[in-house]
Write a protein of this length. Structure first.
Length: 340
């Protein structure tokens, strides 16, 4: 009778842990936040020192997304094929493992062996709708005791709900990205551009940092469209967008402002730097042969403005850059104007 009561108490505790974990994981729609919370929950509930979450990438490799207790070098350089090592085996097979002696397992990669104070380890797939999204690994129980079957079952239960939460968060982020992205060029759309610009102007003003805006417009685009058709025009717009994206930094925002006009938000960039950036775009477009066109058949003009030196609001920044863009058009096109 006593064993039955103890078992019931343990089951109740496990249910409370699982309920709190599920509530935590499903209360965010950020995929990165889901993974961070999952890592913390597994470490806490298994009272462990080392844990890692590896995700299956688009090239069918496993890479560490988040980890605790592993050297930075291991986190940054680990890249496994499906089937490679313990994590690769779990990802390919979808089978959870409770390993009694990790260093005795032939699949174990030994470069971390000096960090394991216990031989026991758990590796569980993050699995949803039959597909494996990643793998959770946990090692080094603080008590130095081996993991038990109930530990494995708890991680499996958490992993099942975490996989659903991760899939939901990814779908939400993909939907949000599509809503913010121009379908032709893949750049930010007009609405996302303005929301970002207002936030960046506020930040630049708060911290007294330079923020520049570049407005780029394809010259004589109607004539180009008439000559090469709408498909040729679309191909050219995609090409210009690619050139802008390739020359933009991670924290820059490149957008299709509308039609054949583009806008690029350049945080931490003074007017002189933005003019240099715009000139690189202009030169690249002038030298490119788009589709059936010859190099030089398509060019762009650009206008550049900066805040807080010249403007104190997003609308003022756009108005000044747009005015300089049309000044570039009036001066003969295929040029960059950053003053006037």
């Amino acid at each position: 009778m006593r064993e039955s009561l103890q078992g019931s108490t343990h089951d109740d505790q496990a249910l409370k842990v699982l309920f709190a974990t599920v509530k935590d994981l499903t209360s965010t729609l950020s995929a990165d936040e889901v993974i961070q919370r999952l890592l913390k929950r597994v470490l806490f509930h298994l009272d462990s020192e080392i844990a890692s979450i590896l995700l299956v990438e688009s090239d069918a490799t496993l890479q560490i997304s988040h980890a605790e207790g592993l050297p930075d070098e291991v986190v940054e350089t680990t890249c496994l094929s499906l089937g490679e090592g313990i994590s690769g085996y779990v990802a390919r097979s979808g089978v959870a493992l409770l390993i009694e002696d990790i260093e005795g397992d032939p699949r174990f990669q030994r470069r971390n062996h000096e960090r394991y104070y216990t031989h026991s380890a758990i590796s569980v797939p993050l699995q949803n709708h039959g597909g494996v999204l990643g793998v959770i690994n946990v090692n080094n129980k603080r008590s130095r005791e081996p993991y038990a079957l109930e530990d494995l079952r708890l991680v499996q239960a958490i992993a099942g709900h975490a996989a659903v939460a991760l899939s939901n968060a990814r779908r939400f982020e993909e939907t949000l990205l599509r809503a913010q992205t121009d379908s032709l060029t893949g750049l930010a759309n007009h609405g996302h551009f303005f929301a970002t610009l207002e936030a960046e102007v506020a930040r630049a003003s708060r911290y007294d940092r330079a923020l520049s805006l570049v407005m780029v417009d394809a010259d004589h685009f109607k004539a180009y469209n008439d000559r090469y058709g709408h498909m040729g025009g679309d191909e050219a717009l995609v090409g210009i967008a690619r050139m802008i994206q390739q020359r933009s930094r991670v924290h820059d925002t490149a957008a299709r402002y509308g039609g054949e006009e583009f806008a690029i938000i350049l945080p931490e960039t003074p007017l002189e730097g933005a003019v240099i950036f715009a000139e690189k775009i202009r030169q690249a477009v002038e030298a490119e042969a788009f589709g059936q066109a010859q190099p030089g058949e398509l060019s762009v003009s650009a206008g550049v403005s900066t805040c807080p030196l010249e403007a104190q609001s997003a609308s003022m920044l756009v108005e000044r850059a747009d005015r300089r863009l049309y000044l570039a058009k009036d001066q003969g096109r295929n040029r960059v104007v950053g003053a006037g």
